[in-house]
Design a protein around this ligand. Structure first.
Ligand code: FES
Ligand code: FES
Length: 170
């Protein structure tokens, strides 16, 4: 049995300290140790994009990072981005455009979209597709996902925001 290593980092704005196995991935740490199961694991080799989280503000494959490599870092998962409403407009647009079916890829898609729109306010459809090239979706054919992200880019450029991904009751 391997020795455990101390790890302290910020997860969704809260400082977390744990002992972790040296080879535990950040994805497994988030899912098993913190029960943040919105970070999905599919390929576990950096291909499918299901495990994307924000690591110090950049979309990062949590399956390719050892948890101990995130020492001192700031991690935002889809749960944190949801609680802060940072992606509420994206979630609403995915809902409006039916941009998900089984939903397995959706957390990674949302993290990619948020990362893209923070780098470029009004990306072209080609740029959106290029950004999504590391996110696999078996269900949707991608068209509705691109539509949803394009819709949000335009809404943000027009100053529209959302505080919740569902419509407030009238
Ligand atoms: S589980 Fe990390 S990229 Fe597929
Ligand atoms: S909605 Fe099923 S994998 Fe994308």
């Amino acid at each position: 049995m391997s020795a455990h290593l101390p790890l302290t980092l910020s997860v969704n704005g809260e400082e977390v300290s744990r002992l972790v196995e040296p080879r535990e991935t950040l994805a497994d740490f988030l899912r098993r140790d913190l029960s943040l199961t919105g970070t999905h694991t599919g390929c576990e080799m950096g291909v499918c994009g299901a495990c994307l989280v924000m690591l110090d503000g950049l979309p990062t494959h949590a399956c390719l990072v050892f948890a101990v490599q995130a020492q001192g870092a700031s991690v935002e998962t889809v749960e944190g981005l949801t609680q802060s409403a940072a992606i509420a407009d994206l979630q609403r647009a995915f809902h409006e455009r039916n941009a998900l079916q089984c939903g397995f890829c959706t957390p990674g898609m949302l993290v990619t979209a948020q990362g893209l729109l923070s780098r470029k306010a009004l990306p072209s459809r080609e740029e959106i597709r290029d950004a999504l090239s590391g996110n696999y979706c078996r269900c949707t054919g991608y068209e509705a996902i691109v539509d949803a992200i394009e819709m949000v880019a335009r809404r943000r450029a027009a100053g529209e925001t959302a505080t919740s991904f569902v419509e407030e009751p009238a």
